[in-house]
Ligand binder design. Structure first.
Ligand code: URA
Length: 276
């Protein structure tokens, strides 16, 4: 309980939680998820309107829990691959992703965060996963990291009309936790197809998770960054890819902004060379 004596500490604690991404109060008491029954198979998408999923239902009132969360497994990844491959346009891909119930992250997210920018652009940037602001707006990189990204793009003469932006994971992980390997494997076919449909001349991987997922490597981002790699699409198109530091990392480690600056200059030179 907040009293005059502990009010300041409580405020500091809440500020700390907000900074750490813990910004959704679900219930008064902790819930032992291990004691709950295993989730049932997910019902058809039509039975789960987005508005119903987004509604904040206090957990204590939700017993028995609706069978809405799918278990991440190979079947879901296979379905994602099938849906992604069947999408002939970006709009079809967006619709396929919106109807896909195989990733648990969808059920805690408010919105699908599909893309921002210009799908005709020569440059595509791929981050890791949406945060709180992106989840609310349904657009990637609109929070603090996004504002830094805008400045990084401006430094090489680009903006959101001359670049296309997406994430490996299109739904916000709760509390901004890192996506699990399962979640990444389930979402991977979607971002791979998105890259294929956009067909950029140059890809930029913002941060380690994007680089590892799309460049087929396990190396850390500090080793990878600054060196050209390639992303190969399902149809065999080879796209030059520059792994660089994630804007959120740069906000925490401003001394490394000079490294990202070098990477973006490389990107600018590559775009110029490819357009020549
Ligand atoms: N970080 C990301 O990786 N993507 C976003 O959209 C926002 C922050």
């Amino acid at each position: 309980m907040i009293t005059p004596d502990n009010a300041i500490d409580t405020r500091a604690l809440l500020a700390f939680y907000a900074e750490a991404g813990v910004d959704e109060a679900l219930d008064e008491a902790p819930v032992n998820r291990f004691a709950e029954a295993a989730p049932q198979p997910s019902p058809p998408a039509a039975a789960q309107p987005a508005a119903a999923r987004a509604a904040a239902v206090p957990i204590a009132q939700a017993a028995p829990r609706p069978a809405q969360a799918a278990v991440p497994d190979e079947a879901q990844a296979a379905l994602a691959r099938q849906l992604a491959a069947g999408a002939a346009t970006l709009e079809e891909l967006r619709e396929a992703m919106a109807s896909f119930d195989g990733c648990n992250l969808k059920f805690t997210a408010k919105n699908l965060v599909f893309s921002d920018g210009n799908p005709e652009a020569a440059l595509m940037l791929v981050g890791e996963a949406p945060g709180r602001d992106e989840d609310i707006e349904g657009r990637p990189f609109v929070g603090r990291s996004g504002r830094l990204l805008d400045r990084m793009l401006a430094a090489i003469g680009l903006d959101r009309q001359s670049a296309y932006i997406a994430n490996v994971i299109p739904w916000r992980p709760p509390g901004n936790r890192a996506p699990t390997p399962h979640e990444t494997e389930i979402c991977r076919p979607f971002i791979e197809r998105q890259i294929e449909l956009v067909g950029p001349k140059v890809l930029v991987n913002l941060g380690g998770p994007s680089a590892k997922t799309l460049l087929n490597t396990t190396e850390g981002i500090l080793r990878l960054r600054g060196n050209w790699r390639v992303h190969t699409t399902a149809s065999g198109t080879v796209i030059p890819a520059m792994p660089t530091l994630h804007p959120a990392y740069l906000l925490r480690t401003p001394a490394h902004k000079r490294l990202a600056w070098r990477d973006f200059v490389e990107v600018k030179m590559k775009l110029k060379a490819l357009q020549a």
